[in-house]
Design a protein around this ligand. Sequence first.
Ligand code: IFM
Length: 734
Amino acid sequence: MTISENWLIRETAFDPERLHHKETVFTIGNGYLGTRGAFEEGYPGATPATLIHGVWDDAPLFFTELANAPDWLPFVLTVDGERFGLDRGEVLCYERVLDMRAGTLRREVRWRSPAGREVDVSIERFASLADEHVLAIRYRVTPLNGPAKIELRAGLDAYTDNWGLRHIEWLAQGSSDPQYLWMHSRTLKTNIELAYAAHLAVDDISGVEYHFWDADGRPTSVAHFTLSQGQTATAAKLITIYTSRDTDDPLAAAQAKLERAVEAGYARLREAHIAAWADEWAQCNVTIEGDDAADRALRYSLFQLLIAAPRHDDRVSIGAKTLSGFGYRGHVFWDTEVFILPFFTYTRPEIARNLLLYRYHTLPGAHQNAGAEGYEGAYYAWESAETGVETTPKWWPHPDGSLVRIWTGDIELHIISDIAYAVDQYWRVTGDDDFMRDYGAEIILDTAAFWGSRVEYNAEADRYEVTDVIGPDEWHDHVDNNVYTNRMIRYHLGLAFEVLDWLDEHAPEKGAELRRRLDLSHERLARWRDIEAKIKINYDPETGLMEQFDGYFDLRDVDIADYEPRTQAMDTLLRESGIDPNDTQLLKQPDVIMLLCLLADAYDDRTRRANWDYYAPRTDHRYGSSLGPTFHAILACRLGMPEVAYEHFMHAAGADLEDSRGNAAEGIHGASCGGMWQAAVLGFAGLRVTPDGYRVEPHLPRHWKRLCFAFRHRGQPVEAVVENNKLGGGEKSA
Ligand code: IFM
């Protein structure tokens, strides 16, 4: 069956210059782990990495990071004594294809060895979505110019590192039979055990000899055989992985699982995996008819989110770089709740629930953060890892050798309300009252208590203020009354009262318990009410314009056009010309535009337009934050400018596939991926959930024929089709 190109990410030539970028692009995974697209046979300078949710280990400066787990990929081919590799001999044909429908990664290479032996090599791998502990590689080799002696070495490798920092300590390994092997290791500081078992089988070739190669930390099963010209050998390497986070005896679990996997065999495992993907896509696919590039790029973003999404673990969340690279060390930011979560809330609420439960389970860490600063309630970390205790590095090593102070972990507070917002959205879309009663309400109220203690009262002006913060736009630090932060606090406190009323009506015992446990006294609630009413919001009712923070409009107005053409972010260029970006109105990302998208119904078109006109030209869309473009796309749709929205949408689409920002090697831009879904569904299709149901207000780009998407509303699956009426808008036709 032919598959539409829009389900495939295809690479038709190997470019060593793009090695690390493409390792990120060709990441596969299954929500338990992610594995970068490094080659099975290795390549000089490669960064193979397998990141397993929850497998943290201590790291200098960054406190903790997801440890690069032992490598399950090694599969090395030798042809008549010459080792296959893209760094030697001659690559005659090359193609690598990520099949997003099947969740498989395949590579076809025709290779001529330095001595002139030619072979066709075809390698396919997948991380099973049907059983997250199972991984598989199928290896095919065909000699093309004469018979050949073949050696296949299928191994495991404990000697991995995160950009030079080792986290894995090899413990033991063995083999009960040369086709079977196992390896036991653990993280150096956190003592998380990792157990791998593997099996190698070469099908239907007579005279295959296997032996076990017992090098410490690199147990390998080796197969030898001879092929005649044109004869194809197919080998399968099956791997199973458990950690001590999953079970008390991960090695026994890995070995038992391997037995069952071997019994099933590669083909049946693959079938089950593909069936699981079919089921997944049926719930969340989006199709853009009339624009293959947009359709494929959006699907790619969804694929990357789906492979990073924990399905069976509510103690982990999706980091800013998903499970695809070492950037931001696996840490979890607001990217998850504000950018990524809506995709899951609308399509896979079970996953969204897991992600929110991670925040519930990390409330003790959030209390610790608040206590450490002398505040009450729950103060979610700007960068969060296992426990929720703040893990933002205080210092960042600059390429010139100096250390730069990072303030986000101290004062970028808006994440606290962003999480409350995400809980609220999840509740409204899914109708999951049980979650709200048992977990969500506590998150909202406990974080509201933080604001009650953090907000400052200005007696002279009889208002509340929040000084010395960083808003989403990180080019301005230590600012007062950031409008995004303050407006989200007002919304958050309003939500807290709404939730308390709801508890009183629908779960009075839980309401009483939370009032008691969180000490929600009359005085405290009265203060919240007062803050809600009197918090300073920089909004000019005359013009509809919001000032990003106190004094922003007085800052130097720099025209980005004066710096074009450029290949660097504006903050770098400004610094090079002796200007501190803090002193200018240029933005890394658009606080006010974000606010207009999140609290969409609180504003009218005049306000939207006034702020768009002011802030969009002052934002560095190209090299500022990758979080900006998709929200510009959403607001542009709302303003009836789908063509402008489309430019932002396609700009976001290039962040990973095209490496348009130059940093895709560090991992997938998870927030941008989530924002792509929001731009398509909440922006172009204009889906709105209302108290009475839902509706769409489409604004499709002129060349899009149709936008189809699946979502769930209060548990009911919905298939939506938005047709373009060719007038730049769109109509819901079914
Ligand atoms: O959370 C973002 C932040 O908004 C901008 N800097 C990168 C972080 C992680 O993506």
